[in-house]
Ligand binder design. Structure first.
Ligand code: NAG
Ligand code: NAG
Ligand code: NAG
Length: 299
């Protein structure tokens, strides 16, 4: 009996053991992912004595046969691979492209001659928003605010126009304003907080790029309502500055799954909204002057 117990114990001590890792996470931003598997007591220096099998939901998805130095991924995990050189150090981690990854339990089975052992790692998927939540809100709020302020300016312009007939320029401003408003609304819907995707990125583009229309409209509103002066020009320059910052921020963010230039983009959008606000305040300030000019323009 003692011999049997000793025999069993020599087998159990001969098991391959692992650094146990319960789970790993991946997000939309992991292009490739690594499911870790660290065997702690691989002794051989010969790859030929090692054999690794990865299983998912009871099916073999990847086999590395050291005796033939051959990796065999299954058809659903074509990008799966391990690094044979690392295997001699006990590292049997499975690398694969995101497209092949499926959340669930993966089992790593390592065999060294007659010794073997296995460990299971759970692969979890975590949903991450492209921008931070606060950034998402500001990216949508500032352009909408800027557009509302533009409509405020337009309102001041119209209310002060005593003529019932709008002139050509005013109609163009109206049409362009409506177009801009629609594009930005569509952009905001597409951008609406979520994971990084082509949809969200194009939504952001539809929010940021059309802001150039706002610059042109601001110019026309000023030009239609009163003679240009230094203050109006300063507001226009501020607008252009905001737009440049926003576009630079956008171009730095648009291809990044983890954007770091969000604050640059947001400050650009914020400056555009500020310029619109100053424009509206200024127009209220010179309202009386507008009256006469719009009136005389329409004669
Ligand atoms: C995904 O990427 C993160 C950050 O680079 C990394 O810490 C994590 O281990 C990756 N997940 C997997 C499963 O490879
Ligand atoms: C195993 O094959 C890889 C290429 O598939 C090669 O780079 C490596 O040197 C080979 N290792 C041995 C021990 O034959
Ligand atoms: C491959 O994927 C298909 C559908 O996703 C599934 O039905 C099939 O069982 C998978 N095959 C293996 C070997 O996992």
């Amino acid at each position: 009996a003692l011999l049997i117990i000793l025999g069993i114990c020599s087998i159990c001590s001969a098991q391959i053991t692992f650094n146990v890792i319960k789970s790993v996470e991946y997000t939309v931003c992991n292009e490739t992912l690594v499911i870790p598997c660290f065997a702690t007591n691989v002794e051989t220096k010969q790859l030929a004595e090692l054999y690794v099998k990865w299983k998912f939901k009871g099916k073999d998805i990847f086999i590395f046969d050291g005796s033939r130095n051959q990796s065999t991924p299954s058809s659903n995990f074509t990008s799966a691979e391990i690094t044979p050189e690392e295997l001699l150090r006990g590292i049997a981690s499975l690398k694969m492209k995101k497209k092949d990854a499926v959340p669930g339990n993966y089992t790593c089975e390592v065999t060294e001659l007659s010794r073997e052992g296995e460990t299971t790692i759970q692969l979890k998927y975590r949903v991450v928003s492209w921008f931070f939540q606060k950034e998402n809100i500001l990216i949508i709020i500032f352009p909408i605010l800027a557009i509302l302020l533009f409509w405020g300016q337009f309102g001041v312009l119209i209310l002060n126009s005593k003529s019932s007939r709008m002139n050509q320029e005013t109609i163009s401003v109206l049409v362009a304003g409506l177009f801009l408003t629609m594009v930005v609304i569509v952009g905001a819907i597409l951008f609406a907080p979520g994971e990084y995707s082509t949809k969200n990125a194009s939504g952001l583009g539809l929010i940021v790029i059309p802001m150039v229309i706002l610059q042109v409209l601001q110019y026309f509103v000023f030009k239609t309502s009163f003679e240009m002066n230094y203050f109006a020009i300063a507001i226009l320059i501020l607008q252009v500055l905001g737009f440049v910052l926003a576009v630079v921020g956008f171009s730095l963010c648009v291809s990044e799954c983890v954007p770091v230039q969000g604050p640059l983009l947001i400050s650009g959008l914020g400056i555009i909204a500020l310029a619109e606000l100053l424009g509206l305040v200024y127009m209220k300030f010179v309202e009386n002057k507008i009256k006469t000019i719009v009136f005389s323009n329409n004669k």
